[in-house]
Write a protein that binds this ligand. Sequence first.
Ligand SMILES: Nc1ncnc2c1ncn2[C@@H]1O[C@H](COP(=O)(O)OP(=O)(O)O)[C@@H](O)[C@H]1O
Ligand SMILES: [Mg+2]
Length: 197
Amino acid sequence: MVSIKKERRGLFVAVTGTPGAGKSTFAKEVSDAIKIPLIEINSILESYQLFSKIDDDGAKVAMIKPLTKKIKELAEENLKNGAVLIVGHLACELDIKYDIAIIVRCSLESLEERLSERGYEEGKLKENLMAEALDYCGVAAQERSDEVLEVDNSSDRKEVMDYLKARLEGVQTHPPELKQINRMPELLKFIESGKLP
Ligand SMILES: Nc1ncnc2c1ncn2[C@@H]1O[C@H](COP(=O)(O)OP(=O)(O)O)[C@@H](O)[C@H]1O
Ligand SMILES: [Mg+2]
């Protein structure tokens, strides 16, 4: 006899985006408001020493395979009881399927300010501005989730929060209509002023 046993499994949500875009802030708000456990990829990378080396600029280079394994393990433990949220710019580099991927987006102007404040050197700053302009995380997320929501850091956050809340409560609902994000005009301005590439 074939037994069809469907495991009850919670919703697996990833919050990702360019460094400085506002991921940690948003994920923490969601986790606090909706009371779901939050796994921070960077903290796991640190606590389990899952990096191969430290760059010249101090960035830790992740060992993607063991990191993926560890995150999956921790997430599965939580998913038995309900939803889990993971946050980090590496979320889309991990070979994991998410029920929902949220990309936190930010204007190039704010990002430049935030990353300069964090002391990013010029090359790293430009690389990240370019990643935001070209929506690197959003494009990568398409492979990781059938539901990708891009939320501008300066608007639409409440809509996404309410939607997640509804989904987590099992309410049948449509994803919110979010503002279209197009960084091209800003990218052109940055190129014209010599800030990029
Ligand atoms: N919605 C927002 N509006 C204004 N500032 C924000 C917002 N979200 C985050 N910030 C600020 O931007 C900086 C980067 O946010 P953070 O959440 O640490 O980004 P990330 O985790 O993507 O690197 C922080 O100083 C934070 O206070
Ligand atoms: Mg962060």
